[in-house]
Ligand binder design. Structure first.
Ligand code: BJW
Ligand code: ZN
Length: 255
């Protein structure tokens, strides 16, 4: 893709770049986005129906099975060119990565993540008492069409374990939210990548950065709620556009 010269120059001159990422950045690693249609056991559900404490309380095996299937997909996946390009920017500017994703593909590509706003698939805890727990090593076996799996019990109180993610109606982790606010203060450039920009309060991050004067660049094959305020919207897959942005700013040898 051809990157406008003015944008390459702004990137090159940026002091602090904030990457704000969503499920689309992991799509080319084979991880379904949050709002992709589901199949198999979960085809009757929307993801938004399963990602709530109420859904877990009603049917823990259904929700735990869905998260185990997703954890399996993530453990079997590898970072893609989009994750690697973001890590490439670290060589040239101060970079903060603020992600809504619950996978660890940014870290595996070499980018330290300042904030996992919606938690992590890899840090379960007790639904009843909040005690942290851990998974056995290895990749969980889950049928491709999906299956119900009873969650393991907490060692402390016997309650069911839940995934360490942030469900609808729950507060975002304070430290991660604080890190995101600090990054907004510093950033002169925001790249919002692969997010529908629908989920509050995370979706406000590029908006607030824009109000503080940052240049906001969006990377997404589809129009989103951010189109109205983005300085530039680049339509296409992150795995093609981010490497092109990196190369356009710093040249082939810098990318
Ligand atoms: C590509 C691509 C490629 C594809 N390259 N791009 C009414 C108004 C405003 C707010 C609310 C409201 N009613 C309720 C609320 C609050 C609610 C909310 O925002 N709801 C909205 C849906 C309306 N928010 C909350 O509840 C939050 N907490 C909160 O508000 O606390 C205060 C409070 C406390 C107590 C009581 C009440 C309030 C918490 C939100 C937590 C969200 N958690 C989830 C689930 C995490 C676990 C899991 O993964 O299962 O986080 S929801 C889900 O959405 C997940 C994601 O991180 C998040 C964002 O989704 P994302 O990443 O944007 O993915 P998609 O699938 O939507 O989009 C993918 C994009 O990629 C698309 O645009 C594609 O085009 C693109 N794409 N391929 C680049 N190759
Ligand atoms: Zn417990």
């Amino acid at each position: 893709m051809d990157i406008p010269d003015a944008l390459s120059q702004r990137l090159r001159e940026a002091q602090h770049i904030l990457f704000f990422t969503g499920a689309g950045v992991s799509a080319e690693s084979g991880i379904p986005t949050f709002r992709d249609a589901m199949s198999g056991l979960w085809s009757r559900f929307e993801a938004t129906d399963l990602a709530t404490p109420e859904a877990f309380a009603r049917d823990p095996a259904l929700v735990w099975g869905w998260y185990e299937w997703r954890r399996r997909k993530v453990l079997q996946a590898a970072p893609n060119p989009a994750h690697r390009a973001i890590a490439g920017f670290l060589r040239h500017a101060e970079v903060s990565v603020i992600t809504q994703n619950v996978d660890d593909l940014h870290e595996r590509a070499g980018s330290p993540v300042s904030a996992h706003l919606h938690g992590s698939l890899h840090a379960p805890r007790c639904f009843a008492c909040g005690h942290p727990a851990s998974y056995p090593p290895g990749v969980p076996e889950v049928a491709e069409g999906g299956e119900r799996i009873e969650p393991p019990c907490c060692h402390r109180c016997g309650g069911p374990l839940r995934p360490g993610v942030v469900w609808f109606g729950e507060s975002l982790p304070e430290a991660d939210w604080g890190a995101a606010m600090a990054a907004i203060e510093d950033a002169d450039m925001v790249l919002s990548v692969g997010t529908s920009s629908l989920v509050w309060p995370a979706a406000e991050i590029p908006v607030w950065a824009s109000r503080r004067g940052a240049c906001v660049v969006q990377v997404n094959p589809q129009p989103t709620a951010l189109d109205e305020i983005a300085t530039v919207s680049l339509r296409g897959p992150a795995g093609a556009i981010l490497p092109a942005l990196l190369e356009s700013a710093y040249g082939r040898s810098g990318a």
